[in-house]
Design a binder for this molecule. Structure first.
Ligand code: AMP
Length: 192
């Protein structure tokens, strides 16, 4: 199964993707996670991406498309994958169309988690609190200033991605404000 999870930062994409990973035994391919790993490892991509990520902006389409193109070819993605945080611009969505066509792959579902924007900042603050309580390190961009930039990037650059897929009749939406288990059920109903 190959699917895309869309939705603003804090919508719950990561939480739901983790459950889908368990259920369908396919990897979650989060460009955010991959970029954070590159930053941590100090790779050339990481060095290029760090400042823009910390500020909440978007890394170049070229970099993320290259990362995804390579990643979906890996052995663990043979039976499918969940794209989380990609595509984030219409240019990325078009590039994804092209690279899937080239690889002879097709998507099974494109699902958007719809959430009330007013709830997002408190969700991000919660995530930071929970991370600290668990002894982890809070993401450099999980703070109100960077979050505002991330939300703006979402509105301007990523919301049109939903419109792009909706225009093709391939977008399904799920109420991301529902309790976590209910969101999971709604996703299961779509995915069968
Ligand atoms: P995320 O973990 O999905 O919230 O992503 C964290 C940050 O990584 C974003 O704010 C961007 O700076 C960068 N990023 C992740 N995915 C993409 C993407 N598809 N295109 C551009 N930048 C991305």
């Amino acid at each position: 199964m190959k699917l895309i999870l869309l939705g603003p930062p804090g919508a719950g994409k990561g939480t739901q993707a983790a459950r889908l990973v368990e259920k369908h035994k396919i990897p979650q391919l989060s460009t955010g996670d991959m970029l954070r790993a590159a930053v941590k490892a100090g790779t050339p991509v990481g060095l290029q991406a760090k400042a823009v990520m910390d500020a909440g902006g978007l890394v170049s389409d070229e970099i993320v498309c290259g990362i995804i193109s390579d990643r979906i070819e890996e052995a663990d993605a043979k039976n499918g994958f969940i794209l989380d945080g990609f595509p984030r611009t219409v240019a990325q969505a078009k590039a994804l169309d092209e690279l899937l066509a080239k690889k002879g792959m097709t998507l099974d579902a494109i699902i958007e988690l719809k959430v009330d924007e007013a709830a997002l900042l408190s969700r991000i603050e919660n995530r930071a609190r929970e991370t600290i309580a668990a002894g982890g390190t809070v993401r450099a961009d999980d703070n109100p200033e960077a979050f505002k930039v991330r939300l703006d990037a979402y509105r301007v650059q990523t919301a049109p991605v939903s419109a792009y897929y909706a225009g093709r009749g391939t977008l399904k939406t799920v109420d991301g404000m529902a309790p976590i288990d209910q969101v999971t059920k709604a996703l299961d109903a779509i995915l069968g």
